[in-house]
Design a protein around this ligand. Structure first.
Ligand code: NAD
Length: 499
């Protein structure tokens, strides 16, 4: 039976009224399992109105009380972790263990955000002038919106909502229309945790809903994660409407393998980071850059051995290494890239096309695919594929490898595998990429550091989570104070100076 989903507004589920819907698939079966309503502009305006109504009281609550509600929410998510992971897996197609990780990495940011009483502290300067004190305070922006991608339906909404709510804002989430059920369950859990109605809302939709959020003057800030063209569009449109925006886009993450690396460790890391979650992670490694012919030959041999042992299967099966890709259109796009690599002359070492899984014949399957002898000009190197496709681009020396990573259009994550501290240190310092792993293939920073890519992977000057999140979701007010018992100067007609 096809379930009909809703929006979540003012602490309750609200049916869609636009008459427009999108299908939500079970990617293992390739069949529609639910319909999600696509909000009209009017419906979005109603959601923003609910958020606007709720915000002043929430923003005025002391931050410790807000934090307690967030911690209660964390308890509830942990209570329902198995159910949430199964739901997430059923719409996304990632394995259960991976779905738990998705939720867990989101929860970690909510736990971090519960430190809001400390993170919201302002500064104070005694006697900044004669009899004058100066202090600053951080205040919530008001209503803020999050627009999030399909590939982390729990983690990324929580990366945005955790700090935004802790800072006293109300939140409107527009999740991906491909897997909206977990965001709706999170909204229910916020209500159960005691979050006042209207402080966290979910509006489902497509471009019409996004544009309505971007154009609404009551929305003060927009946090976006998704593909680069949409990130650029949202950044520019939000700015044109006077909003604060941080927009994170696509990626092409390289892993450099130095001749002195532990090659078994590097090969294991590449298999997990390249094919885990069917390559549908913004921090997936999609390009391996072995340095020197001997390293490359030995690495490719190890990758082949490991690929032969991989199990692609139903996302709920315990022995699956990864599941299907999210949609038929994603499968088609990925297979198109594989053909383009073949046509461009790359060596197709392992071909993931044509995979079938017993009992799941209609699913959106793409097996692990490996290209060798990839060159810089090929589309499979230049563009984001977002599937289980790993390209090997052989570099002659370290300088060439460093240049490749730095010159690529995207700059999200990068890794180097080596035993040599000098190369690792030089690489971390000089590479033009936002997040670096040293013998760590997916260097997603921990909640109390910040997450953000460079170049075409990120637009805006503040990152997600860590201290930046509180800067993004607050505005700073600076107060200069003098009391009547302080020094009297009489009327002054010159610009006051610090000295
Ligand atoms: P997407 O860009 O298609 O969609 C992201 C969001 O934008 C969704 O909510 C979607 O409804 C909305 N959207 C789509 N088209 C739109 C349009 N024309 N106008 C307005 N809104 C629109 O991305 P996706 O396929 O859901 O996610 C995969 C992408 O996200 C990949 O490129 C991946 O690299 C990227 N990603 C980046 C990060 C990061 O931190 N840099 C993290 C996760 C995913």
């Amino acid at each position: 039976m096809v379930r009909e989903l809703s929006h979540y507004v003012g602490g309750q589920h609200v049916d869609g009224t636009s008459g427009r819907f999108a299908d939500v698939y079970d990617p293992c079966a390739g069949q529609v399992q639910a319909r999600v309503p696509l909000a009209s502009s009017d419906e979005v305006r109603n959601v923003v109105a609910a958020a606007e109504k709720a915000q002043p009281e929430w923003g005025a609550m002391n931050p410790q009380r807000r934090a307690r509600i967030l911690l209660k929410f964390v308890d509830l998510v942990n209570r329902d972790l198995d159910e949430l992971a199964a739901l997430l897996s059923s719409e996304h197609g990632k394995t259960l263990a991976d779905a738990r990780g998705d939720i867990q990495r989101g929860v970690e940011v909510v736990e971090f955000a519960a430190g809001a009483p400390h993170l919201l502290k302002g500064e104070f300067s005694d006697s900044a002038g004669a009899g004058i004190d100066v202090h600053s305070m951080r205040q919530p922006l008001g209503v803020v919106a999050g627009i999030t991608p399909f590939n982390f339906p729990a983690m990324i909404p929580l990366w945005k909502a955790g700090p935004a709510l802790a800072a006293g804002n109300s939140f409107v989430l527009k999740p991906s229309e491909r897997d909206p059920s977990v965001p709706l369950r999170l909204a229910e859990l916020f209500t159960e945790a005691g979050l006042p109605d209207g402080v966290f809302n979910v509006v489902n939709g497509d471009k019409e809903a996004v544009d309505a959020l971007l154009e609404d003057p009551r929305v003060q800030a927009v946090g976006f994660v998704g593909s680069t063209p949409i990130a650029q569009y949202i950044y520019a449109t939000a700015a044109a409407h006077g909003k604060r925006a941080q927009c994170f886009g696509g990626a092409k993450n390289h892993m450099v393998i130095m001749p002195d690396a532990d090659l078994d460790m590097a090969a294991d890391a590449l298999i997990g980071a390249g094919y885990g979650s069917a390559g549908e992670r913004c921090m997936a490694i999609s390009v391996a850059v072995p340095v020197g012919k001997a390293t490359a030959d030995a690495l490719v041999a190890r990758l082949r051995e490991r690929i032969a042992g991989l199990k692609v299967g139903h996302s709920l099966a315990k022995d699956s290494d990864f599941g299907p890709v999210v949609a038929a259109s994603a499968k088609e796009r990925i297979e198109g890239y594989i053909q383009s690599g073949v046509d461009a002359g790359a060596t197709l070492v392992e071909d993931g096309r044509g995979l079938t899984v017993d009992g799941c014949e209609g699913g959106f399957w793409v097996g692990p695919t490996l290209f060798d002898n990839v060159t810089k000009d090929m589309a499979i190197y230049r563009e984001e594929i977002f599937g289980p496709v790993l390209s090997v681009l052989r570099a002659e020396d370290y300088d060439e490898a460093l240049r490749l990573c730095s010159e690529h259009e995207f700059g999200n994550g990068v890794a180097i595998f080596t035993r040599d501290g000098d190369s690792a240190r030089d690489f971390a310092s000089r590479v033009q990429v936002g997040m670096v792993g040293i013998n760590v293939p997916i260097p997603v920073p921990i909640a109390y550091y910040t997450f953000g890519g460079w170049k075409a992977s990120g637009f805006g000057d503040l990152n997600q989570h860590g201290a930046d999140a509180f800067r993004f979701y607050t505005k700073t007010k600076t107060v200069t104070t003098r009391w009547p018992s302080g020094i009297r100067t009489g009327a002054s007609f010159v610009m006051p100076e610090g000295s």
